[in-house]
Design a protein around this ligand. Structure first.
Ligand code: BGC
Length: 269
């Protein structure tokens, strides 16, 4: 089983994998041959559905509840993952949320919530993964690397975003967390990269695409003329997690239909 699949024999853990981008990523990794830990915080039924879909594609899957902003829950989740699958080869640091407000109306609780899930959560999960990668080292029959981390960032790790100071700050933080870990861990054959999605059709941004007017306005920001689908991010993640990208370390891969190309300058400047 899994012969010829790019991630055959590998074990992946995807945070926030019961909906949106995380769900598509977990399914894509499973189809590529990886066994997958499907992390969720709320919505067990949806996580179990994702796990069932992975099993139908021929890989193994385990749904595990954990709030990634809580240190003890993260270490418990990794312990369960390693007990169940033997190790972890791939971490996809995906879970994230928005809590938007003009800065003068943003509460400290809103600020802290977004930073603790989107940024501190990525640190806590990366730390556990790195401990396991360093303990195990490279197993050449599995992968050329001792481990791979894919951080889900955003185009807003470089595009400022009025009304979303907490979110943009968290993603800017993710970018330099990722690059610093990539630099620090390269000697251990651990690769760390980000995917920076643009507008992807998921629950986090329903208001940006669910009406014709909103979608038309959104498309003025996307030179390629379509909204992204979660599967676009799934495919990019499989590549960054596989040995096909073995010489790629510390990059931000913008999967955004050109949103970062200053589209308004196509008409002026
Ligand atoms: C945000 C979405 C937004 C997209 C493009 C993402 O990081 O979560 O709400 O549509 O960036 O602006």
């Amino acid at each position: 089983m899994g012969q010829g699949k790019p991630l055959a024999g590998q074990k992946a853990l995807v945070t926030g994998a019961n909906s949106g981008i995380g769900k598509a990523v977990a399914i894509a990794l499973g189809e590529a041959g990886a066994d997958v830990v499907v992390n969720y915080r709320d919505g067990e039924d949806k996580a179990v559905e994702v796990a069932d879909q992975i099993v139908r594609s021929g890989s193994r899957a385990l749904a595990v509840r954990a709030d990634i902003s809580v240190e003890s829950e993260v270490s418990d989740m990794f312990r369960r993952a390693i007990e169940h699958f033997g190790t972890v080869d791939i971490l996809v640091n995906n879970a994230g949320l928005q809590s938007d407000a003009p800065v003068d109306q943003m509460s400290l609780a809103q600020w802290n919530k977004v930073i603790s899930v989107n940024l501190t959560g990525q640190f806590l999960c990366a730390r556990e993964a790195v401990r396991e990668f360093k303990r195990r080292g490279v197993v050449p029959s599995v992968s050329r690397a001792a481990g791979k981390i894919v951080c889900m960032s955003s185009v807003h790790d470089r595009i400022p975003w009025a009304g979303h100071a907490n979110y943009a700050a968290s993603k800017g933080g993710v970018m330099l967390l990722m690059k610093t870990l990539a630099q620090e861990l390269a000697p251990f054959k651990i690769r760390v990269n980000s995917i920076s999605p643009g507008a992807i059709r998921t629950p986090i941004n329903t208001s940006a695409w669910s009406t014709q007017e909103a979608l038309a306005s959104l498309l003025t920001l996307i030179p390629y003329g379509r909204i992204g689908e979660p599967e676009d991010i799934g495919k990019a993640t499989v590549w960054l997690a596989s040995d096909d990208s073995d010489y790629v370390n510390g990059i931000s891969l913008y999967v955004d239909g050109g949103m970062t190309l200053y589209p308004e300058f196509a008409r002026g400047g």
